[in-house]
Design a binder for this molecule. Structure first.
Ligand code: NAD
Length: 366
């Protein structure tokens, strides 16, 4: 069936446009091959938007985002903006966009790509085969709870970790749905031995679990989970957790993949889904054509999976990435001085993925 998808591309700063260009080419190739109608509109965000329009999230970008079916973001930020107050910096544009789109479930896969285990500081026999999907609650908890204050006169500061039952139930449902389509195992992470908010979290997750009898549920305390992730990452499938714990644990689990440049993400559940590679604008390598585009390309696969229902096509992209890595063709971040690796540029790796995708689906490679 023909799918129609209006995609807003906000490539942003630094390596953002370099990697996003490759992701868009992959989406175009999938659309061409499958007869789907994907339209792409580009608008500025971040530093380029500050320079061009005087705001990190211009009105035209926000309106275009809200009128689209999916937003594909590159990265924002640059050293030249570091002196600005936080509310005027490029990153403020991204935070405003996330808030406006309203996604509450942040999905971050952590996958041990075959052939990349040497890039991970963990031993290959520990990481190989690991395939975890983090579902992090994104709009509640300590980052948003009131009251919050730094009272300098009193020499005290406080934040509030607050959740309502409904906030937990809605993100838990997303995680259980995903687990029922994957390895049918869900690990909910909390600190219920100490925190009341975690006791509510655990009770709400247990309630939702009743509707998913095919999914095995376990509860872990966050401190123990930090250790289990490094000792036995292969034992986990879907990991559901609140905002702060998810922020920390998903970064920790990123070591499984071996490079920041390999990590995609999707934020779903709001008005429009937001898709972005996990990495930033990487000013140290921007403009050199050496950025790893695979995180952005895997983000494109998530667009197909979660905004177009094109699961086969999403898997074809992931298989193409696997094939390219198996060929030993990679950007410099994945070579780590290994002389047997062919170090390629960003567009060369993008072209390899298109070629591999074409050989799987019959699509014409670029
Ligand atoms: P970063 O992710 O940009 O870079 C960290 C390191 O990883 C750098 O050495 C970089 O060269 C490398 N790296 C990152 N992505 C890579 C890729 N695709 N291929 C190869 N190497 C890659 O993080 P940072 O240096 O802490 O931040 C730089 C700027 O990006 C800052 O302004 C920061 O605020 C911003 N930032 C933005 C986002 C976002 O847009 N979502 C996320 C994180 C940081």
């Amino acid at each position: 069936m023909t799918k129609k998808l209006k995609i807003l591309v906000v490539a942003g700063d630094g390596i953002g446009p370099e990697v996003t260009g490759e992701a868009v080419r992959v989406l175009q190739s999938v659309a061409e091959e499958g007869g789907h109608e994907f339209t792409f509109r580009e608008e500025p965000i971040g530093g380029v938007a500050i320079q061009g329009q005087g705001s990190p999230l211009p009105k035209v970008t926000l309106e275009a985002a809200l009128a689209s079916d999916a937003v594909l973001l590159g990265a924002v930020g640059g050293n030249e903006f570091n002196a600005l107050p936080p509310s005027e910096r490029p990153e403020a544009g991204l935070l405003q966009l996330r808030n406006a789109l309203g996604g509450f479930a942040n999905l971050r896969p952590s996958f041990a790509w075959p052939g990349l285990s040497a890039n991970s500081p963990l031993r290959p026999e520990v990481v190989e085969g690991a395939d975890i999907l983090f579902v992090r609650e994104l709009l509640g908890g300590l980052y948003f709870g009131e009251p919050r204050q730094w009272d300098r006169a009193k020499g005290a500061a406080w934040n509030t970790m607050r959740y309502t039952r409904d906030e937990v139930v809605r993100v838990a449902k997303v995680a259980f749905e995903l687990a029922s389509k994957r390895g049918k195992k869900l690990t909910s992470v909390d600190k219920a031995n100490v925190l009341e908010v975690s006791q509510l979290w655990r009770a709400a997750v247990t309630e939702v679990a009743k509707d998913y009898p095919d999914v095995a549920v376990e509860h872990q305390y966050v401190d123990a989970m930090a250790m289990h992730l490094m000792n036995r990452p292969r034992d986990f499938d879907v990991v559901l957790t609140e905002n702060l714990f998810g922020d920390i644990l998903s970064d920790e689990a990123a070591v499984i993949t071996g490079s920041l440049g390999m990590l995609p993400s999707a934020t779903i559940g709001g008005k429009v889904n937001l898709y972005e590679p996990v990495h930033g604008s990487a000013p140290d390598i921007a403009g050199k054509g050496i950025a790893n585009p695979l995180g952005a390309i895997l983000t494109a696969a998530m667009v197909l999976r979660y905004s177009a229902g094109l699961e086969d096509e999403a898997q074809a992209i992931e298989a193409a990435v696997k094939q390219v890595l198996a060929q030993g063709a990679r950007t410099a971040d994945l070579a780590r001085g290994d002389k047997s690796v062919k170090v390629l540029s960003t567009p060369e790796v993008g072209a390899k993925v298109l070629e591999a995708l074409g050989s799987r689906t019959g699509a014409a490679a670029r």
